[in-house]
Structures are given as C-alpha cells and as structure tokens.
Design a protein around this ligand. Structure first.
Ligand code: SF4
Ligand code: SF4
Length: 321
C-alpha cells in the first residue's frame, strides 16, 4: 500500500546518548525525536516491545496520521512500504567524547550536562540483532557523535557491519584520528567518511574547532581518499556555513582548493543548526546565493555535492515548513 512515511520510521533505529529513537533528524518544524525507548544505556533490547512501538507509528502513517514530530521532514516520501519487522537503517549517536571542540557543537555547549551521562557500548546489541536476524543489510548505517573513531568498540563495529553485508555506511568524523577500519571499508567501497572541516585555512579552522589539527585532518583526508579513488571517492569534505564566521566566498574558495589538494571529489554543505532553527523564517537570500555558489563551483570542478537537510531545506524552499 502506498502512503506517506519514511525509511527510518519503517525500519530504523537510532542509538542516542540516553534513548532509542527512530532517527536523529531534528531540524524540520516537527522537531524529530520520535522515541522508541525513553531510557536507554546499552542494555539488551526487548525486540517484541520495540517493534510494537514501531508498528504504532507505522500504522498511524498508513492511516494518514503523520507523527506530529515528523512534520516538514525532508525524508518523508509517498511510496509502497512492506509490513515486516526488521531494522536496516542504523544510526549511532550515543558516543559523547570528542577530540574537537567545535563552537557550534551542542555537546560542547552543554558540556556539564553531557559529562554526567555514562557512555555505553552498542556492540553487544548489534551482535544480538545479527544473531536474531533482526538486522538486515541493504539500508544505511551512520555514525555521529561525539567522535566515533575514539570509541573503544568502533573498529570492531565497523568490521562486524562490513562482514555482515552493510555496503552503505557513513561516518561523521572530526578527521583528527586516523581509523584503519574506515580505510579498509573505503578500500572495499562500502563506507563514506564525512569530515566537517568548515574552513579553508588554519586560522578559520582554529576559530571554529578550537584545536590545532587542520594539517592533521587534511593529511588523514588524503589518506582516506587515496584508499579508493573510484568515481567520486569515499571521502566527503563537509562545510557547515556559520553566519559571520565562514559565510563568505573567499573562505569557500579556499575550502574547495583544499578538497582538490586532498584528492577529494565529493563535498557536502550544511548550515549551522541553532542559527537555522532560530532564523528559519527570516533567512536572507544571501544564504541561498551562497548555496548556489557552491553548487556552481562544484560543477566546474566536477565534484559531487550533497546538501544536508538544512541546506536542502533552504534550496527547496522548505525551511518555512
Ligand atoms: S520523517 Fe523525518 S523525523 Fe520522522 S522518522 Fe522519518 S526521518 Fe525521522
Ligand atoms: S566534531 Fe562533532 S562531536 Fe566533536 S566537537 Fe565537533 S561537532 Fe561536536
């Protein structure tokens, strides 16, 4: 049956710091945070209970009652959905520690609160899912953070997911620590690493990240890029437009030059989350022009461009929704 829903509510699970949710997307007007389990810290999961909760959301969507927190989400699509219970979209956002201190980071801004949260491991649960055949390849796996590469279980998790047929994995990394498991998965063509460098020079990088790691990050990006140079490669250099910090063409040009120098050919664009949410109804055309500038330059450089949900919302005129 055809109806409006999304792949995350149908078959997704997101491991958050203290909860299980369907996805991690929160920048649309509905605000996201669709809960599957209120309190969670790595315990084994009662799958029947969890799927019961998912079935409620799915049935609502099937009956035309959109979950209010999904309103305005760019991932909603009208199509046929199956009725089986399984997971093939996995998001890992449980890891808090990081080796960067980005000015826009929610976790850095709320450090005291996050310092109180105990880190947990997800590897035993993923093994349980594989054993019970709840986890199916074919969808996507994504890691956010904190910085996933410094989680002690990270290398094992990536190798386990690779061995179990996941061919579409995405890691959001600061790029400061080189991960052999990432490089191996890039070599196999099953993983993209997204490094949000947000700058085109050391000075701006330091201003945003508040660590001295610009050269190290570029070095690691090049190593990852050289692991597999097929088509557009598997390293994505991301730029979060931060108003009054890096929102100008000069910095963007420097950034694009650095992507070329690192043998990268795939870029991603985003807009700073808090600013976007606060200003969504009054964002000036300057920012849409900036997005279009990147799109035009990338075309000239034969780069693939990906617009993250905020930039995509702006481009598609959905930032008001
Ligand atoms: S519609 Fe959007 S917010 Fe709702 S579950 Fe899907 S991705 Fe998440
Ligand atoms: S790299 Fe990510 S998790 Fe780390 S400080 Fe920056 S935004 Fe936060």
């Amino acid at each position: 049956m055809k109806y409006l829903s999304c792949r995350y509510i149908e078959h997704g699970i997101d491991f958050e710091h203290t909860r299980l949710e369907t996805c991690c997307f929160t920048c649309h007007s509905g605000g996201g945070h669709i809960t599957l389990k209120q309190e969670y810290a790595g315990e084994s999961i009662d799958w029947e209970k969890l799927f019961e909760q998912k079935r409620k959301y799915r049935l609502d969507h099937r009956n035309g009652n959109l979950t209010p927190n999904c309103t305005g989400c760019v991932f909603l699509e009208e199509r046929e959905w199956d009725e089986e219970d399984y997971i093939n979209f996995l998001q890992f956002n449980y890891w808090i520690a990081c080796n960067s201190k980005c000015t826009y980071c929610y976790e850095v801004q709320n450090k005291k609160m996050f310092d109180k949260i105990k880190p947990y491991n997800s590897l035993p649960v993923i093994k349980d899912m594989i054993e019970k055949k709840i986890l199916r390849p074919g969808g996507e796996v994504s890691f956010g953070g904190g910085e996933p590469t410094i989680a002690p279980e990270f290398e094992d998790l990536i190798r386990l997911l690779t061995a179990n047929g996941f061919k579409n994995m995405r890691i959001h990394s600061s790029g400061i620590k080189y991960s052999p498991a990432i490089a191996e998965a890039i070599q196999k063509g099953v993983l993209n690493v997204v490094i949000s460098i947000d700058s085109g020079c050391e000075k701006t990088y330091k201003k945003i990240k508040r660590v001295n790691a610009y050269k190290k990050v570029l070095e690691n990006m090049k190593k990852y890029a050289l692991a597999n140079q097929k088509e557009y490669g598997f390293v994505i250099s991301k730029y979060i437009i931060i108003p009054n910090v890096n929102d100008n063409r000069t910095e963007i040009d420097l950034w694009l030059n650095s992507v070329v120098a690192c043998k990268g050919r795939w870029i991603a664009l985003d807009i700073e989350d808090v600013w976007y949410k606060t200003n969504r109804s009054v964002i000036s055309s300057y920012y849409l022009d900036l997005v279009n500038y990147v799109l035009t330059k990338a075309k000239l450089l034969n780069m693939k461009v990906e617009l993250y949900d905020r930039a995509r919302g702006l481009k598609e005129g959905k930032n008001f929704l």
